[in-house]
Design a protein around this ligand. Structure first.
Ligand code: HEC
Ligand code: HEC
Length: 365
């Protein structure tokens, strides 16, 4: 155990008290890379709890019945017996994931890398680790109302979070990214139920005690966030390279991005920010910050029909009920503009289409 960190030690002690220690001890000897278990019938070993606490300090520990998976690292990849050409592909996917700016102007039109929101190379619990997508898909996705593949899910984040144009399905870049996601899911059973996965997505916080408030959010922002993300939310660059990504404005994610939902933003902040001090803010502060950040402008939702009220209404039930898009703030309607940010188009081409497997459709392409 890490004796230097009393709070980690304390939390682990507390957690291990509840473990069936016979089972826990029996699995201590197992190699921990890509360790996975249905927590229902096997207690989570203390080492795994400790690793989880190292990955997500201060985050809630696994509850009984939750499925825990620690994704393998790039070092594990080198040590593995995969074909050298496959290793090369996965390394390329990892590089695209963590340095997505290399696709700037082609697939990416803002200052984000995938790892700006999926922190720790997409491996961390409570920072939407990306391995679940490799095993829960293909599946129905309410956001677009049809069955999605892994490539399509990745394309979704390119479209909204990167305010971009996804690489073509089947392209080398798409294959490399998908391979990296699958590598992270190594050992997880296919169609493992997604709702029991520990730390998946940005798990919803409890409802705020007080109604989230922009002014309170702004005060916390100025004290705890502006240093890195700038007072005007535009982030910071050094020698032309993004060091702190923007939270709003032309170079941020657009109005269709999942993190523009208040509950998603609040959870991301609580569990990941300020950088290096995850879980240090109160839940109320996280909700207030989400309210403040979401009441700022950002590039248009690519699903925009040309009419803000109509667009909000179309996607209200599946999405915008949780954003401030199309609502009034300080005398303006948020999102009521045709600004697509640095992107010279509104909708990406080719990749986003509906699908139909009823056998009745003539052509869905
Ligand atoms: C601006 C923030 C942001 C960026 C940048 C971003 N994503 Fe995401 N991503 C999200 C959010 C929000 C979700 C949904 C999480 C949830 O449901 O709680 C998500 C979900 C996902 C999922 C599904 C995970 C699951 O549990 O099924 C995958 C896969 C994914 N993103 C891949 C990517 C890739 C690849 C990139 C880069 C091309 C990327 N994301 C960039 C915010 C982002
Ligand atoms: C010490 C610098 C630092 C501080 C302070 C900080 N952040 Fe961040 N933030 C980052 C970095 C760096 C990333 C990208 C993650 C990465 O690259 O690992 C990020 C990512 C984000 C993201 C997701 C990506 C985006 O641009 O939208 C949000 C949202 C965010 N921070 C909000 C906040 C909030 C709110 C606060 C204050 C409570 C805060 N941050 C404080 C450095 C910081």
């Amino acid at each position: 155990m890490n004796k230097k960190n009393p709070s980690t030690t304390h939390r682990l002690k507390h957690a291990t008290k509840h473990l069936a220690n016979g089972v826990a001890l029996a699995v201590l000897a197992l190699p921990l890379a890509a360790w996975a278990t249905p927590a229902e019938d096997a207690a989570v070993p203390p080492e795994t709890l400790e690793r989880l606490q190292g990955m997500a300090p201060g985050a809630p520990l696994p509850k009984p019945g939750q499925f825990v998976h620690i994704p393998p690292t790039m070092e594990d990849l080198e040590a593995s017996s995969l074909h050298p050409k496959l290793k090369e592909t996965i390394r390329r996917g990892h590089d695209l994931f963590t340095h997505t700016q290399q696709l700037r102007g082609k697939n990416v039109f803002n200052d984000m890398n995938c790892s700006s929101c999926h922190m720790g190379e997409g491996r961390l619990p409570f920072s939407s680790p990306v391995w679940p997508a490799a095993v829960v898909l293909p599946n129905f996705r309410p956001k677009n109302g049809h069955v999605n593949s892994l490539e399509e899910r990745i394309a979704g984040c390119f479209t909204y979070s990167m305010n971009g144009q996804p690489p073509a399905y089947g392209s080398d870049d798409m294959l490399a990214l998908a391979a990296y996601h699958q590598w992270l899911a190594k050992g997880v059973p296919m169609y493992q139920p997604g709702n029991t996965m520990y730390g998946r997505g940005y798990p919803k916080l409890a409802e705020p005690e007080l109604k989230p408030d922009v002014a309170r959010g702004q005060a916390v922002y100025e004290a705890k966030c502006a240093l890195c993300h700038s007072a005007d939310g535009s982030g910071r660059k050094q020698n032309g390279k993004v060091v702190f990504p923007p939270l709003w404005g032309d170079n941020s994610f657009n109005w269709g991005a999942g993190i523009s939902r208040l509950f998603t933003m609040a959870s991301f902040i609580k569990h990941n920010m300020p950088l290096g001090q995850p879980n240090s803010l109160t839940e109320q502060q996280a909700w207030d910050l989400a309210q403040y950040i979401d009441s700022q402008e950002r590039p248009q939702d690519p699903r925009y029909t040309g009419d803000i009220a109509e667009t909000r209404a179309l996607y209200e039930a599946t999405f915008h009920k949780d954003t401030l898009y199309g609502t009034e703030f300080e005398g303006r309607i948020l999102g009521d503009h045709s600004n697509t940010g640095e992107k010279p188009f509104l909708k990406p081409e080719g990749v986003l289409r509906s699908r139909d497997f009823s056998g009745r459709a003539t052509n869905t392409n």
